[in-house]
Design a binder for this molecule. Structure first.
Ligand SMILES: NC(=O)C1=CN([C@@H]2O[C@H](COP(=O)(O)OP(=O)(O)OC[C@H]3O[C@@H](n4cnc5c(N)ncnc54)[C@H](OP(=O)(O)O)[C@@H]3O)[C@@H](O)[C@H]2O)C=CC1
Ligand SMILES: O=C(O)CCC(=O)C(=O)O
Length: 481
């Protein structure tokens, strides 16, 4: 393996070497080392937090034109470099090049959107119940925010936390997932040249247990925005609440996709393949359980089996690949474990179930579909986070709705139907935060709220204007004459 290039942390406007580095490996090609990325120690994390604290008074009261211009510049550069950054993303995370370019485009658009938000800040000016008094309700920046991000969206998730944080006047310490530091570093490098004062944005790469934990427990960090697993998210919530820090969590899903008898079969199959298998099923919004009514069930199973024959698994950068590799050995083992569980629970394997051999050594797994599953099976209840899905047969819409809601999660939920009556009823009665009618459960817009209910999310929504709930605090001022 050739010696890899080193990438450092960004603290207080300087690039700072790590005591230790970890190698970022391409999951499509295990001999391809993308680079060595610094691992911050505790002293570096605290230096980043202190730099953010020191920068906060000036940044939180800075002019909105300057904030707009810097965020807009970041968005412009990301969009101009979408092919190059998309290639890096596909190389480090394993989603296909078109998907990766799409994600980079989303990140660029997010910076542009929040640049615009700087110019649309508003408040309320109200009469008081007392004569001669007026009331103002304004929003101020929360403070120093720690942003902890997962591996499955290496640039879009950092973007949708960093951009609103900076737009509303906060200072940021970003801790990206250890598996995919490359896009976060590239984003930090762009931010470092966009005109933000030293300390406003800081990057500390390294392990969750060291860097993430230090951010969560620091009394100098006013809020934590986290996306990742349920277990880690719940620990973070407990720590933050106990020290009265603000916390926002986006975690798992077990998203249902209902197919009703009256659905357009071809459309239902396409959107189901998208929901379950694209991006290698590694989306918290992916669907891994299809709930199908009796009249269309057998045709749907057959059509899915047929459609899955043409899905091409392969190197993320190779033209024609539909599904890239699983992100890591650990995630591959988790997916294989659930394939074994499905078989031992008695579900019928319709397609996939094993590894795929490609020209390069990587974590290639065939998209896997079970049928004849029961709602009580572990494969129907637990988040797998890979290209593994199952089909459960139900009698009618009412049974489908009940089963869709019978989960500890509530992120996204889909229905395929030509009936306006059922579509409207589902929109109202689904217990998910995001409902999709005749669309995949995954793949969302960047300018509207994102988030779930029940065990999937905690705190206020991310994205769009709703992001201000987390990144600002409200002040009520009374003005007498
Ligand atoms: N909802 C979603 O979007 C996602 C859900 N997941 C789910 O989580 C599972 C495991 O994925 P994984 O990446 O390990 O998820 P984690 O929850 O472990 O990681 C998410 C982020 O939290 C950090 N972290 C880990 N431990 C701590 C801690 N104690 N304190 C603070 N931060 C911490 C991680 O750092 P580090 O990378 O160094 O571990 C990473 O940056 C997946 O199989 C999937 O089920 C995963 C990714 C996204
Ligand atoms: O479905 C999407 O577009 C976003 C999914 C997501 O945010 C996630 O998987 O973490």
């Amino acid at each position: 393996m050739a010696e890899a290039k080193r990438f450092d942390n960004y603290i207080n406007g300087e690039w700072v070497a790590g005591g230790d580095y970890s190698t970022n490996i391409n999951p499509s090609e295990l001999t391809d080392a993308i680079g060595d990325y610094a691992k911050a120690d505790l002293a570096q994390v605290h230096a980043a937090i202190d730099a953010a604290r020191a920068a906060f008074p000036a940044w939180s009261t800075s002019g909105i034109q300057a904030r707009h211009d810097s965020l807009d510049k970041v968005g412009t550069e990301i969009l101009a470099r979408r092919e190059e950054l998309g290639t890096l993303l596909a190389r480090e995370e394993g989603k296909t090049l078109p998907e990766a370019i799409g994600e980079v485009t989303r990140a660029g658009n997010i910076f542009k959107f929040f640049a615009g938000e700087c110019l649309r800040l508003s408040g309320d000016y109200l009469p008081s119940v007392r004569p001669g008094v007026n009331v103002e309700v304004t929003r101020e920046a929360l403070g120093v925010v720690g942003l902890i991000t997962p591996w499955n969206f290496p640039i879009a998730i950092p973007a949708w936390k960093i951009a609103p944080a900076l737009a509303y006047g906060n200072c940021v310490v970003l801790k990206p997932a250890d598996l995919v530091p490359g896009c976060a570093w590239a984003l930090a490098e762009i931010l470092s040249r966009a005109g933000f004062p030293a300390g406003v944005f800081n990057l500390v790469m390294g392990s969750g247990r060291v860097v993430g934990d230090a951010l969560v427990h620091s009394p100098k960090v006013d809020g934590i925005s986290f996306t990742g697993s349920v277990g880690v998210g719940r620990q973070i919530a407990v720590s933050c609440v106990s020290r009265q820090a603000k916390v926002q969590l986006e975690m798992g899903g077990k998203n249902p996709q209902i197919i009703l008898d009256d659905a357009d079969l071809k459309q239902a199959v396409e959107l189901s393949v998208q929901s379950a298998f694209y991006s290698t099923g590694q989306r918290c919004t992916a669907s891994s359980r299809f709930i199908v009514t009796a009249g269309i069930h057998d045709q749907f199973v057959e059509a899915m089996a047929e459609r899955m024959k043409s899905i091409k698994v392969g190197h993320a950068l190779k033209a024609g690949t539909d599904i890239g590799p699983v992100v890591s050995q650990a995630q591959l083992e988790q997916d294989m474990k659930y394939i074994d569980i499905g078989q031992s629970e008695g579900a019928r394997l319709v397609s996939g179930g094993g590894l795929v051999t490609c020209d390069t050594e990587g974590y290639f797994l065939a998209p896997t579909l079970f049928a004849d599953s029961e709602a009580s099976m572990r494969i129907s209840q637990e988040e797998i986070f890979g290209p593994v899905a199952n089909i459960v047969r139900v009698a009618d819409y009412e049974a489908a709705l009940a089963m869709a809601n019978d989960t500890e999660f509530g992120l996204s939920a889909g229905i395929a139907t030509t009936s306006l009556k059922y579509a409207n009823h589902f929109k109202r009665h689904s217990q998910a935060g995001m409902v999709m009618v005749n669309l995949p459960t995954a793949g969302v817009d960047y300018h509207v709220p994102f988030g779930g209910r029940k065990g999937s999310s905690y705190g206020s929504r991310e994205q769009g204007r709703y992001a201000q709930e987390f990144y600002t605090v409200v002040k009520t001022s009374y003005i007498g004459s």
